[in-house]
Design a protein around this ligand. Structure first.
Ligand SMILES: Cc1cc2nc3c(=O)[nH]c(=O)nc-3n(C[C@H](O)[C@H](O)[C@H](O)COP(=O)(O)OP(=O)(O)OC[C@H]3O[C@@H](n4cnc5c(N)ncnc54)[C@H](O)[C@@H]3O)c2cc1C
Length: 367
């Protein structure tokens, strides 16, 4: 079985590695020299609960992916000697207004159905654990299972693992279109000719739509720009993810933190406007005002591949035998990467998966 994967972001790279480790011949095509700009620029939270607005049907899949993370990180380190800095340090989610406090308490009710150890904590306890937090916080919950990775290291490890495992990587080679004949895929056309395959996986993030539209496939995708500021020289350390309705802080092993994130409709424009900084610094002033004394190390900007229901497309595309979609992971692509890779490899190699992919049917907007 020869599979052509388009896009070397976290999703395409994880799928290519999984397929190769399970015996497939894999070709990975990436437009840029180094793929996965958005994946690298992400905050790296592996957080099934803290950014999930309600009891989403995606939560069972999020949890399976979270469970895979420790082993996934360890395997990548063993293979590449790159520590991806996986930390399962938990998240403190705070409220600063009575409305937010009521919402936090409603959220805890559904979160506890999945994670019984999630708990309400007294504001004084939250402040003792995390002295950077705003002293005016009115309520807090603690989500002990949430974690994070260093996405720069993770993407480096994935790309290194792909090379070591002999995935054929064509970087700097844009996929121009998907070749089909008699209702089945033949391969992918590039400026160097057609790369043939028995199956094709479109994992091109926010750009996937351009490859699907010529085939009449209706799987809407919209880029949503996100800007993060990396902060250094913190006056007090941050040990856990700190999250609020205004934004979040994610610690890194080197003592810096990532302050995120904006949500902007700006097409494919990757520049970070001054107003993004203003928004982030205003939210910092509410979440952890003492960190206004830290240093801005720099911005990180990426384009989230969003879909109308904010769920990704994971699975086979109807009408074209051998065509698979793994795109649209929006706010949760880092969290969902290991489970997406396993599910897609199951579907390609065995025609079925035991992972709960039902909410992610790529054909759901066609019907
Ligand atoms: C600011 C910010 C913070 C985030 N924080 C988190 C977080 O904390 N936790 C979390 O789970 N998620 C987070 N996300 C979301 C996460 O980053 C994305 O869901 C994830 O990176 C999407 O991965 P991807 O591989 O689908 O896309 P990408 O990383 O964009 O990769 C797609 C690749 O496809 C390539 N490509 C496109 N078109 C072609 C073509 N025609 N031919 C060949 N190659 C092509 C591109 O060059 C690119 O390398 C965040 C995102 C942003 C922007």
């Amino acid at each position: 079985m020869r599979v052509v994967v388009i896009g070397a972001g976290i999703i395409g790279s994880a799928i290519a590695l999984e397929l190769r480790q399970r015996g497939a011949e894999v070709v990975l095509i990436e437009s840029h020299a180094e793929g996965g700009h958005t994946s690298t620029a992400s905050a790296g939270m592996v957080n099934p609960f803290s950014l999930t607005p309600d009891d989403s049907p995606a939560v069972p899949f999020y949890l399976r992916s979270l469970q895979m993370y420790p082993e996934w990180a360890q395997q990548l380190a063993a293979l590449t000697q790159i520590d991806v800095e996986w930390r399962q340090g938990g998240c403190v989610r705070i409220a600063l207004t009575p409305t937010d406090a009521a919402y936090l308490s409603d959220s805890l009710a559904w979160i506890r159905r999945y994670e019984p150890s999630a708990m309400l904590i007294e504001p004084a306890v939250a402040l003792e654990w995390e002295p950077a937090l705003n002293k005016e916080l009115t309520a807090a919950i603690y989500l002990p299972s949430e974690g994070w990775v260093n996405t720069e290291r993770l993407m480096r490890a994935l790309h290194q693992a792909i090379k070591l495992k002999a995935v054929n990587l064509y970087s700097g080679v844009p996929a121009l279109c998907i070749e089909v004949a008699h209702g089945r895929v033949r391969g992918v056309r590039t400026a160097h000719g057609v790369i043939e395959g028995d199956a094709v996986v479109v994992a091109a993030g926010a750009w996937a739509g351009a490859l699907l539209q010529p085939l009449g496939i209706h799987a809407p995708l919209e880029p949503v720009r996100g800007v993060i500021l990396k902060l250094g020289d913190l006056p007090v350390p941050v040990r856990r993810i700190l999250s609020s309705p205004l934004g979040y802080l994610v610690p890194r092993a080197d003592g810096t933190v990532l302050l995120g994130a904006t949500r902007e409709q700006a097409g494919f424009d990757l520049r970070a406007p001054a107003e993004s900084y203003a928004y982030l610094l205003q939210s910092l002033a509410r979440i952890a005002p003492v960190l206004l004394h830290s240093t801005v190390v720099g911005p990180m900007t990426g384009l989230r591949p969003d879909t109308p229901d904010h769920h990704p497309y994971i699975g086979a595309v109807s009408g074209y035998a051998g065509l698979f979609l793994a795109a649209g992971h929006a706010y949760h692509g880092i969290l969902m990467a290991p489970a997406t890779a396993r599910a897609l490899a199951d579907l390609i190699l065995n025609g079925k998966t035991e992972l709960p992919v039902e909410p992610f049917d790529p054909n759901r907007f066609t019907r």
